[in-house]
Each structure stands twice: as structure tokens, then as C-alpha cells.
Design a protein around this ligand. Structure first.
Ligand code: ZN
Length: 224
């Protein structure tokens, strides 16, 4: 849809402080910053962003691109774009946030599971030492969007970012030796501190048996 980004501006919560290189939340960023103070976290955009309050007087602050033309090439604004930009920017944002969390510079995001109509919040595994994109399983060749690796470079948790393609039964089978979760790209961008889990594998059944590796249509029992 042409110019869709103009009607659905994204609420960008994090940006990079150009001088220090640090990630900064909009609520603690400088208002009316000079040009070039903060940079969009979409690698291919890296646009100049400033700070706005939405709605006015609400006390809720977001980054926005200073130049509207910047938005046309920015994954944060491609909400309905099926070209993969939304997926890429969510994946990159989550990697940045997890890397900061591992090094104790940002809070560790919380995983949220819907259980019997309520939300259960869980801290992800904390034995991760590094986070990498596009991790490839050495046995199946299966690629995962994000891997949190332990100090032996083994996956502590794999994260799939859902945008247009959910984890299917073949991928579930290939991920079955690992702990994994699937999180929607739009949810990551909307709130990187609380991550609703769509599906998962090998996590305790209390976090929602319906999201586990079984009972997918067409899946053979041996593929559980
Ligand atoms: Zn941008």
C-alpha cells in the first residue's frame, strides 16, 4: 500500500545516542535534541530521529524520524510491508536489546506466555554469553533467526521472529533438540521489554501446552 507508513507511524522506543553509542529509551532522551544526536536502529535507515510525546501531555515519549522521507526506507514504518524489512528490523532490534541485557546495560526482556486466560511472565535463560543472528544448526542445517549462546557456544535459547512465516512442523522438528520460542516482529517493535510468545518448544507445559511441539495438523507422532 503506497505511503502506508504516513498513516501508521511506528512508535519507536529505542534509538542510539550517536556520541556515546549507547541505546537510549525515548523517555529519558533529550527533548528537542540537536540534529545528529540520535540515530534510528534500523541498520539500512540509520536516520536522524528526535523525540515526540504521543498523545500530547500523556507522558509517553517516542522517537520519530526528523525527515519524513527517511521513513520510506525504514523497517520501523513498514508495518504492512511483506518485503521482509519489518522482520529484519525486529530481529536486529531484539539482538541489540539482548546483547545489552547480557552485558547488564539494559534490562533482560521478559517472555510472556498466555496461560488459561492470564499472562505468565518469565525471565529468559540467563546463562547466555552471546547473541548472534542467523544461527545454523550443525546437524540439520536449519537456520534460526536469533541464538543466545552459552559459554560453550551452544544455544541456550533460539528465537524465531514471526512476520509472515510461522514456524511450521518441519522447522519444529528441526528445532526439537533446542529450547526455542517464536515472537512476532510487531510485538518486538511495540515493546522490546515484554515479548509475547506465540509458540515454543521444550519449555514447561505450564507455559501453555497448546504452544508446545505437539498437536500440529499433519504432524506425525514420531515428529513430536
Ligand atoms: Zn529509521
Amino acid at each position: 500500500m503506497a505511503n502506508n507508513w504516513r498513516r501508521s507511524p511506528s512508535r519507536i522506543l529505542l534509538a542510539r545516542d550517536v556520541a556515546s553509542g549507547e541505546l537510549l529509551k525515548a523517555e529519558v532522551a533529550q527533548h528537542l535534541p540537536p540534529r545528529g544526536t540520535y540515530e534510528c536502529l534500523d541498520k539500512e535507515c540509520a536516520g536522524d530521529v528526535n523525540v515526540c510525546e504521543r498523545p500530547k501531555g500523556s507522558g509517553r515519549f517516542y522517537f520519530r524520524h526528523r525527515a519524513l522521507d527517511d521513513c520510506e526506507n525504514c523497517g520501523f514504518h513498514s508495518r504492512h510491508d511483506r518485503s521482509n524489512r519489518r522482520h529484519s528490523v525486529a530481529q536486529h532490534l531484539l539482538i541489540l536489546v539482548l546483547n545489552e541485557a547480557i552485558h547488564r546495560r539494559q534490562p533482560m526482556p521478559i517472555l510472556e506466555f498466555q496461560v488459561a486466560g492470564t499472562t505468565r511472565q518469565v525471565m529468559p535463560l540467563v546463562n547466555a554469553m552471546s547473541v548472534i543472528p542467523e544461527w545454523i544448526c550443525p546437524y540439520t542445517g536449519r537456520r534460526a533467526d536469533i541464538a543466545l549462546l552459552d559459554d560453550n557456544q551452544k544455544p541456550a535459547l533460539l528465537i524465531e521472529v514471526f512476520h509472515t512465516h510461522a514456524v511450521d512442523r518441519h522447522k519444529r522438528r528441526d528445532l526439537s533438540p533446542y529450547w526455542w520460542v517464536e515472537i512476532e516482529a510487531n510485538a518486538i517493535i511495540a515493546d522490546h521489554e515484554h515479548l509475547p510468545v506465540r509458540h515454543c518448544g521444550n519449555l514447561p507445559y505450564v507455559f501453555g501446552p497448546e504452544t508446545q511441539q505437539r498437536s500440529l495438523p499433519g504432524m506425525k507422532r514420531t515428529e513430536w
